[in-house]
Design a protein around this ligand. Structure first.
Ligand SMILES: *[C@@H]1O[C@H](CO)[C@@H](O)[C@H](O)[C@H]1NC(C)=O
Ligand SMILES: *[C@@H]1O[C@H](CO)[C@@H](O)[C@H](O)[C@H]1NC(C)=O
Ligand SMILES: *[C@@H]1O[C@H](CO)[C@@H](O)[C@H](O)[C@H]1NC(C)=O
Ligand SMILES: *[C@@H]1O[C@H](CO)[C@@H](O)[C@H](O)[C@H]1NC(C)=O
Ligand SMILES: *[C@@H]1O[C@H](CO)[C@@H](O)[C@H](O)[C@H]1NC(C)=O
Ligand SMILES: *[C@@H]1O[C@H](CO)[C@@H](O)[C@H](O)[C@H]1NC(C)=O
Length: 312
């Protein structure tokens, strides 16, 4: 009896001590490496007729790239302007933002989005998925026709290596990605598929980006996507086939074996060992394929997505 009380008490003590020391360690590590960064939007208010939303300041681990900070802003606040932005992926270069919360080239101006170091007003020398800001910096997203106001200085942050690596991880799995559409409707041949070795758990987005990086101007290069806060990148066009509500054309994802269709949220989809993932461009001129939960209307789609997120 006594020994068991002593045993459980010392076990309790051990747990308490080790958990507090772990908490301390974690705190110390975070304090040592966290930096403060501000995201700020800017445009000509007279020309666009829209107010500039408030800026966003946050703490992130040193080394975090700008795109992850934008995505953090989107994840934390449903009203964030970064909750909904469109981009194009260029193989070897990374993402280029085309629209932020509806403001983009569709505005009928010659302006486009550039990212600046807010102090030196130098445009980033690399994409938002490789630019690492420094402590206390402001990242200025400016919708402008002149992205080089201060060409002589250099930005204070730095460009990390481009995100997709050609290194094969130790516990690699082989995955294949391909495309498909009805060639009677879309009169273009189906490009050949792409196989590669990646770490288990790699998202479809990283695999597509790797394919684009390795074959610039290949079928996966320059795909466009919309980023939704909390859900990630959603494919809107690939290999020249663009989603279009007028013709009811859109992209979906399925596994060649199970054939279950998913919305093209490519961060959430993680292909398995030996699998072939097909990106399918569906057009209204063909019979609807059978599906799991995704075709049942928007609210159900949202429910399904929530279920997927929960499962992760
Ligand atoms: C970042 O800057 C803030 C404010 O100047 C400072 O308190 C903090 O310690 C800095 N962080 C690091 C990791 O140096
Ligand atoms: C902003 O837009 C207005 C109207 O198009 C223009 O007259 C003005 O020069 C612009 N301001 C700047 C700083 O570019
Ligand atoms: C952040 O990391 C960079 C590169 O490793 C380093 O040069 C810089 O001093 C670090 N900054 C802070 C505030 O820790
Ligand atoms: C995003 O755009 C919508 C529609 O134009 C607008 O109502 C909303 O205020 C914008 N959000 C931010 C944070 O600018
Ligand atoms: C850049 O440098 C050149 C030559 O050193 C100088 O003539 C020019 O005014 C500078 N431009 C800016 C924007 O500082
Ligand atoms: C990959 O990871 C999943 C989930 O963690 C696991 O179920 C699966 O067995 C792993 N596959 C391989 C080949 O390691």
């Amino acid at each position: 009896m006594k020994t068991s009380i002593i045993a459980s008490f010392s076990l309790f003590l051990f747990c308490a001590v080790s958990s507090t020391s772990q908490a301390h360690l974690r705190e110390r590590r975070e304090a040592a490496s966290e930096i403060t960064v501000t995201l700020k939007l800017d445009w000509n208010v007279t020309a666009l007729g829209k107010p500039i939303p408030p800026s966003y300041t946050t703490k992130v681990p040193n080394g975090t790239v700008v795109q992850d900070i934008m995505n953090k802003a989107a994840g934390e606040d449903k009203q964030s302007p970064f909750n909904y932005y469109k981009n194009t992926y260029y193989g070897g270069l990374g993402y280029l933002i085309t629209t932020i919360n509806g403001t983009g080239q569709n505005q009928g101006t010659s302006s486009y989005w550039s990212k600046f170091d807010g102090d030196s007003l130098v445009a980033f020398p690399c994409g938002g998925d490789s630019y690492v800001p420094y402590n206390g910096s402001t990242i200025l997203f400016r919708f402008t026709a002149d992205p080089y106001p201060n060409n002589n200085k250099s930005a204070n942050g730095y460009c990390s290596g481009h995100s997709t690596s050609s290194q094969v991880p130790l516990s690699a799995i082989t995955v294949t990605i391909g495309m498909d559409w009805n060639t009677d409707v879309i009169k273009k041949s189906i490009p050949s598929s792409y196989s590669t070795k990646v770490a288990n758990g790699t998202s479809l987005r990283e695999i597509i980006n790797k394919a684009a990086d390795q074959n610039r101007r290949g079928p996966f290069d320059k795909y466009t996507s919309t980023y939704y806060g909390g859900q990630g990148h959603f494919i809107t066009s690939m290999n020249g086939n663009k989603e279009d509500s007028k013709t009811d054309s859109y992209w979906m994802i399925y596994d060649k074996t199970t054939k279950e269709l998913f919305k093209p949220f490519i961060d959430q989809y993680k292909p398995q060992y030996g699998s072939t993932t097909i990106l399918k461009f569906i057009t209204s001129q063909e019979p609807e394929p059978s599906s799991g939960c995704n075709f049942m209307g928007t609210s159900l789609v949202v429910l399904c997505l929530l279920a997927i997120v929960e499962a992760l």
